[in-house]
Design a protein around this ligand. Structure first.
Ligand SMILES: Cc1cc2nc3c(=O)[nH]c(=O)nc-3n(C[C@H](O)[C@H](O)[C@H](O)COP(=O)(O)OP(=O)(O)OC[C@H]3O[C@@H](n4cnc5c(N)ncnc54)[C@H](O)[C@@H]3O)c2cc1C
Length: 452
């Protein structure tokens, strides 16, 4: 028999959006129940503790200095952050050559560097005319939404194969899906939401500048501790039924009757919930099209960050390889050394098609070529192919194919009767990031508190 609960608000999903929604409602005197499908909280944030207790992040990990909402939560819960290691040379591998460089500009032909800078300046300039709250109302929204990111990359005028491969990989890393299937308007909107394209790509002053002491999940753990028994794990929501004055949310083992529901799942997963009355066709089309792409994050753990004394930062890029991008993801203690290695989109799928041992060898061979023989013998090798995760299905956020934002974007935050929506895909500022998820939780809570 399912537990029958009553609450002012039922929140679906215990990622950063859901937990923030529930926390703010709870702090304002509302009773809440949070239903989470997984047997853990955090969603796309997944801090795992190694045998010695060191925290490593299998999902989202980095915070930009402009991520004010999540930094606000770190302060609220007494959590510290630390700077990502950037000292030493970064490595670009292309055409079998390893090219060390410092700062932002890799050692490729000056013409390639110049044309990449021009393409990025153009993106920054165009993004300034995209309204953050309603990108679909930009004067040129239709034109940009009819184009794909692949179209822009093709027309960007970037010179040399090293320049083109590097830029294509960097942009593919933002969306992880097929760039033919990602709207150019979405790229401009994303850039507007983060201030500049360099902010998205950078460590210093950018999206990869800070890590969280204790792992990115620690703030979520502390929010969940405040909510206590109100958070129900292993409770995938199956249906949401709206009546005249209440909404009933049925999950495995628990049924909640509430005044409002807040659904915070990634868009494609909303289609797995049966709504009565059903979601209108336009909203179903939005959720059918707004899918997230393949991305794999692999943590390679060593007994020390051996690359640092060798004058290497741990940051490397090799477009198309099984370790396309690496970053130093060493925990704050600095005792163990951790490299985070990423593959995106079609490259992630090809890597996943290899046998496990073959893929591991390919990644370690690539790291050994870049960082030396010590890279061959890690203590742990932890892979997370996020698109195969049942309750996420893709990374790191949904991308909008051409035509979707202008036709259906206005539905992203529009309540559906007693059902409100949060989650990073519904965010404006810091769209796609942890900070964006937190902001949507604050917004959804205030919608309900203000009776909107
Ligand atoms: C590999 C990776 C790297 C990333 N790197 C960064 C980074 O460095 N910095 C950054 O800012 N962002 C990063 N991100 C993005 C960031 O993780 C997300 O923006 C953020 O965590 C999204 O939070 P959310 O609450 O909106 O969604 P989610 O975290 O997806 O939460 C939704 C929750 O709903 C649950 N759920 C789904 N269906 C149901 C159902 N039917 N019933 C009940 N529960 C359900 C899920 O289990 C999940 O817990 C990364 C993401 C990934 C995957």
């Amino acid at each position: 028999m399912a537990d029958r609960l009553e609450a002012d608000v039922c929140v679906v999903g215990a990622g950063y959006a859901g937990l923030t929604t529930a926390l703010r409602l709870h702090q304002n005197g509302k009773s809440v129940v949070v239903l989470e499908a997984r047997d853990r909280i955090g969603g796309r944030i997944w801090t795992q503790h190694l045998d010695d207790g060191s925290p490593v992040d299998r999902g989202g990990a980095w915070l930009a200095p402009y991520h004010e909402a999540i930094f606000g939560l770190t302060r609220e819960f007494g959590v510290s952050t630390y700077k990502t290691w950037v000292k030493g040379s970064h490595l670009l591998v292309h055409g079998g050559r390893i090219r060390p460089y410092k700062g932002l500009i890799p050692k490729i032909s000056p013409l390639a560097v110049l044309t990449i800078a021009l393409a990025q300046a153009r993106i920054d300039r165009l993004s300034k005319s995209v309204p953050l709250d309603e990108p679909w109302t930009a004067k040129r929204a239709r034109e940009w939404d009819a184009r794909s990111v692949a179209w822009f990359v093709e027309k960007s005028g970037i010179r040399t194969s090293a320049g083109r491969d590097l830029f294509e990989m960097a942009v593919r890393g933002l969306f992880t899906g097929d760039l033919d299937d990602t709207s150019f308007l979405h790229l401009l909107f994303l850039v507007r939401a983060h201030g500049s394209i360099n902010a998205l790509f950078s460590i210093t002053n950018g999206a990869q500048e800070n890590m969280v002491v204790g792992g990115a999940g620690i703030v979520a753990d502390r929010m969940a501790a405040v909510l206590g028994d109100a958070v129900r794990l292993s409770a995938p929501v199956r249906s949401v039924t709206q009546g005249d004055d209440r909404v009933t949310i049925e999950a495995d083992g628990v049924s909640v009757s509430a005044h409002h529901a807040v659904v915070t799942v990634p868009p494609a997963l909303a289609l797995g919930i049966r709504f009565d009355p059903p979601l209108p066709d336009d909203r179903q089309t939005l959720y059918t099209k707004a899918v997230a792409g393949p991305e794999s994050k692999t943590l390679i753990v060593y007994d020390e960050p051996f690359w640092r004394p060798d004058g290497l930062s741990g940051q490397s890029a090799e477009p198309g390889s099984t370790a396309e991008v690496t970053l130093d993801a060493t925990p704050a203690s600095g005792i163990l050394g951790v490299l985070a290695s990423f593959t995106f989109g079609a490259v992630a799928e090809s890597a996943a098609a290899l046998a496990e041992a073959e893929r591991r060898k390919s990644v370690l061979d690539a790291l050994t070529a870049r960082f030396g023989a010590k890279a061959a013998s890690p203590l742990a090798f932890i892979e997370t192919p996020w698109w195969t995760e049942e309750w996420t299905k893709g990374c790191s956020m949904a991308h909008f194919p051409p035509g979707v934002l202008t036709r259906y974007g206005h539905l992203l935050r529009q309540p559906f009767g007693r059902v409100h929506w949060a989650g990073t895909e519904t965010s404006t500022k810091s769209h796609g990031a942890i900070d964006g998820a937190v902001l949507t939780g604050e917004r959804a809570a205030s919608e309900i508190l203000n009776g909107n």
